[in-house]
Design a protein around this ligand. Structure first.
Ligand SMILES: Nc1nc2c(ncn2[C@@H]2O[C@H](COP(=O)(O)OP(=O)(O)OP(=O)(O)O)[C@@H](O)[C@H]2O)c(=O)[nH]1
Ligand SMILES: [Mg+2]
Length: 269
């Protein structure tokens, strides 16, 4: 009898595992579709990574909800956890929230966890959010770095952000310490430091952009707007038939500017 029950249990478990696998595969496909759509948008993509409860979602919400630094502009065709953030200077980027990391993940959850993190490999920048008020903040940071290494994304530029500075015993001391280490100190809940955060993103992002010099004819004015929005324009020169622009732009946009780069060379501007 007992053996039979075990057989029944095993069969039920096998069915459940099979169903979970199918579900996981469909989640993966779904997210992949979104990723393709997102990649066709020439806006830089960043991912929030960090230990669970570090404040990633709070940061995303504050950035997309705040009137001063960001605008809530939900990108309808994107994954619901990816939002468009508009900075004060008009530049935009896409910010993806990810599942929180934890130290010892149950084996059966590892695959699901990884599937949700696959898309961070396509990010231009990783924002590592740390709960600096947590007594084990350093261990949590190390655990996150270890997972990032395992995911093979250690080469993506990373910005470390100390969150929950309001919750620490001595916020001023923590801020001074952060400054010394080149880390941005914020409070996602009350918005403290978010302006510096956006500036730091700008600076880091520039490293991941591609330098271009292109001749944009006046009838392609929209393209010039896009360059201003998603890239960093260093110089514009107004010519008779169009604008010569020197800028740093995300790779997909650099690719779409290729014909204009040729045209620019051919026109001898
Ligand atoms: N005091 C304080 N609390 C914060 C701050 N940021 C987030 N929190 C709180 O921390 C808790 C966790 O925040 P979440 O944004 O859900 O954290 P998360 O990193 O998205 O967590 P996971 O989704 O589990 O990975 C919430 O109760 C937030 O209100 C902060 O700057 N200061
Ligand atoms: Mg979250």
């Amino acid at each position: 009898m007992g053996e039979k029950q075990i057989e029944v249990d095993k069969r039920i478990l096998r069915t459940q595992i099979g169903e979970l696998r199918k579900e996981l595969e469909s989640v993966r496909k779904h997210r992949k579709q979104y990723r393709y759509r997102r990649l066709s948008v020439p806006v830089p993509i960043m991912s929030l990574v960090g230990y669970t409860n570090a404040g990633k979602s709070t940061l995303l919400n504050h950035l997309t909800g705040a009137e001063v630094l960001a605008e809530d502009q939900l990108f309808a065709t994107l994954d619901p956890t990816t939002r468009r953030v508009q900075m004060k200077n008009g530049n935009e980027f896409l910010l993806t929230d990810t599942v929180g990391f934890i130290q010892k993940l149950p084996t059966m959850l590892v695959a699901a966890f990884r599937a949700t993190l696959e898309e961070i490999s396509e990010s231009s920048l990783l924002v590592h959010v740390v709960d600096i008020s947590h007594p084990l903040a350093q261990q949590q940071m190390d655990a996150v770095d270890k997972v990032l290494q395992e995911l093979d994304v250690a080469s993506i530029p990373k910005l470390v952000v100390w969150n929950k500075v309001d919750k620490t015993d001595d916020p001023q001391r923590v801020k001074t310490q952060a400054e010394k280490q080149g880390v941005v100190c914020i409070s996602a809940i009350n918005g403290d430091g978010l302006e510096q955060f956006c500036n730091a993103i700008q600076t880091k992002l520039k490293d991941s952009l591609v330098p271009v010099e292109a001749f944009v004819p006046y009838d392609k004015g929209m393209l010039l707007n896009t360059i201003h929005q998603v890239g960093m324009v260093e110089e514009t020169e107004y010519m008779e038939n169009g604008t010569v622009v020197r800028a740093h732009v995300p790779l997909p946009l650099a690719r779409s500017l290729t014909p204009m780069r040729q045209q620019h060379v051919a026109s001898g501007c």
